[in-house]
Design a protein around this ligand. Sequence first.
Ligand code: SAH
Ligand code: SF4
Ligand code: F3S
Length: 440
Amino acid sequence: MKKVYIETMGCQMNKSDTERMLGMLTHFGYEETENPKDADLLMVNTCSIRQLSEDKSFSLIGTWGRWKKESKPDLKIGFCGCVAQQKAEQIFKRAHYVDFVLGTHNIYKLPEIIKAVENGEKICECTETHKTEYTRGFGIKRVKSVNAWVNITEGCNNFCTYCIVPYTRGRERSRLPEVIIQEAKDALAQGHKEITLLGQNVDSYGKDFTDRNYRLADLLRDLNALEGEFRIRFVTSYPTDITDELIETVVELDKVCEYFHIPMQSGSSEVLKKMNRRYDRETYAKIVEKVRKMVPDVTITSDFIAGFPGETEEQFVETLTAIDEFELDYSNVAAYSPREKTVAAKWVDKYIPEDIKEERFQRLNDKVKENCLKSNLKYVGREMEVLVESFYERRGVMINTGKTRNNKTVHIPCEENLIGKFVNVKISGAKTWYLKGELI
Ligand code: SAH
Ligand code: SF4
Ligand code: F3S
């Protein structure tokens, strides 16, 4: 058996693609290794959401290129994912030691590519397709985890002015429910206890079907009906696309968890307009209020960008106040990074100086921390159900960690390994990033 090592950067989409690629590679005589130095084939699944993520992928293959030159001339190197999709042939110019470049649309061609590469060819496959199925029946090799990622849509049609995703992942397309349900069944049969449905905008699932009227709420109902004890989650929700029917479905279905990830991006209506987000501060407020009212104990998380071109100090402060006002439980934050081809990247004269961007980013981080702790404190004294995900030793104590239905991380001191089990705990304390729980 030959050995393959894949380094996965970026979001869950990439993690899911890596599992598909590994599924195919396993079928064609490759075994996964955790040690890159052991590998015959090294692949990096890249992310281009920010310049820093892109730079990381080049520095990694730089190291691999040196290994190849210095001691392993037969080593094969593959450059895959979002940066590959965007740069295609240019990768060879920058890194001549790369054997193949594989974009996000052509994963299904991996078996043929590997064969050609083994015969000494250099391959670049980055043309846009409208495919949604990548494994050709070779299966998915999932990482050992309680959770299983299942894509429901590919691509995005929103073209937010800062974002590269529509260029690296193509137009939005939904995967067929029968394929998704089968993948979920397979994951459950393999012992996974949580299914997380993935899409850039999960609420638009099914909009492109011409032969049926079937949307996210329908998919949730069909998945909820599968046998066994497991949880269902979905990410990411676009604020104005969340329907009442979807919220009601979350409340009604026992396996679907009380958790919504609803990125706001900015607290300022003017900035939102420039970002081409289709809502303003007030509309976002109403959506969050509705979700909170309808779903008891719901956790709502968000994403924000600091230092978008032209953002004034006042507009930035509106982001800080939004986090407080809407009691957002947790938010991912990032400093704006100009991306090639995107509309906002052209507004060079409006760029915010790096030091100001960095300072706003820090303040945003502090605000997120403060609210995260506030949100966690609400649960002290409560009884909650935890699905255990990991088990390890810390300072001589054995700890199980897992998540509540509403996606709060809980640390439970306990000698027994409870991974994959649903346990009831009493919350005894709250820290910024997690709750402490005792088994009951
Ligand atoms: N589909 C999701 C987001 C996917 S990208 C949505 O619509 O919200 C994940 C996050 O990366 C975004 O929510 C945004 O906050 C951040 N991001 C995207 N492009 C960025 C850029 N150019 N600079 C900084 N952060 C960016
Ligand atoms: Fe990017 Fe906007 Fe699409 Fe999200 S909705 S992936 S931020 S273009
Ligand atoms: Fe994801 Fe990064 Fe691509 S966030 S979709 S891996 S650009």
